[in-house]
Design a protein around this ligand. Structure first.
Ligand SMILES: [Zn+2]
Length: 331
């Protein structure tokens, strides 16, 4: 044990996270977020019931189990992320048993040069030098603010702050999804004459078509605006925290699930409660698009499709076939 052992691992890990820039997938997600934000600002929401809470201000949120802090390095996501296992860009007190420290329940940012005075012995791979210290009364070597396996000393203060914000937002999306607001397109509002303004407005829930009121004309409703999406990227099945979040969100809001996973992109299953965890495929209340691809590959393909649609191009089978052939030839 000892700090040298732990920090030998962490220094290597954190150095490599810091020396890698967030890949293009992050920027694709940031671009999409901006697009959704623009759409959202093109509609106005009016409370059906005066006592209802306000609609959510934000239209996207990131929930990640990654500890590399890459999402917080992309300005778009900086304040809209839950790092459910913490972040290696932050430190906390060791919280050694029996030691009462003033920083015991706090986390703080790891300075950019925080590990520069640690050197790795090429033979033993152990580090020595100036370890980052807890600024509290314990003055012991600090540790990363990351949830480790069977870890009871994790502070997770940042994470719980992030979660508070996330759950608050999720409640707002739930209200949107259950049709608590009247949705109108701003451009329509401007075009409306006085007579139109006096007409009874119709509630349009933030839901897939199945939930639209019977007498509403579905074709009049911009489904791009009214339908949410969850992009689940490479979420594991061993500790399925992220998967559960994604599935529950879709169940709650009727959003479409895009499941990107090279090995395990199957649609959600229901647990039958059996000891052997035998699972049965169930029909979900939401759509699931299963993409057995790597993160960057899947995001690039989806982005390409979105761009094509924005350009007004119709993708026909012939064109798809042609592209597939070209890509096949490249490989
Ligand atoms: Zn301390």
């Amino acid at each position: 044990g000892g700090p040298a052992f732990g920090w030998s691992f962490w220094k290597n890990c954190i150095d490599s996270y810091r020396n890698t820039s967030p890949h293009d997938g992050y920027h694709i997600l940031a671009k999409w977020s901006k697009m959704i934000e623009d759409k959202y600002s093109s509609i106005s929401l009016e409370k059906l019931n005066e006592e209802e809470d306000e609609p959510p201000k934000e239209v996207f949120f990131v929930y990640t189990s990654n500890i590399d802090g890459h999402f917080t390095r992309v300005p778009t996501f900086q304040d809209r992320v839950v790092e459910c296992h913490g972040s290696t860009l932050f430190l906390q007190c060791q919280n050694d048993y029996g030691v009462d420290c003033t920083q015991g329940n706090k986390t703080w940012a790891l300075p950019q040069d925080g590990l520069s005075n640690l050197t790795v012995d090429p033979k033993t791979h152990l580090v020595s030098g100036k370890f980052p210290l807890c600024p509290g009364t314990c003055n012991m070597v600090a540790r990363p603010d990351v949830l480790m396996f069977g870890d009871f000393k994790w502070v997770g203060q940042r994470t719980s702050n992030q979660e508070d914000k996330f759950y608050h937002w999720k409640d707002g999306v739930d209200r949107l999804a259950s049709g608590k607001y009247i949705v109108t397109r701003k451009e329509d509002e401007e075009q409306k004459g006085e007579d139109e303004k006096n007409k009874k407005k119709e509630a349009v829930p933030f839901r897939p078509t199945a939930y639209f009121p019977e007498d509403s004309d579905e074709e009049d409703v911009d489904t791009d605006i009214t339908k949410g999406v969850v992009v689940e990227i490479g979420a594991g099945t061993t500790i399925p925290t992220v998967r559960h979040q994604a599935e529950r969100f879709c169940e709650m809001t009727g959003a479409t699930l895009i499941r990107i996973n090279v090995h395990d992109s199957h649609p959600p299953y229901a647990d039958t409660g059996s000891f052997w965890k035998k699972k049965t495929e169930i029909e979900t209340q939401y759509e699931c698009l299963s993409l057995p691809l790597g993160a960057l590959e899947a995001l690039s393909v989806l982005d390409w499709l979105i761009e094509k649609e924005r350009e007004g191009l119709v993708i026909d089978d012939e064109e798809t076939e042609k592209i597939e052939k070209e890509e096949g030839a490249e490989k």
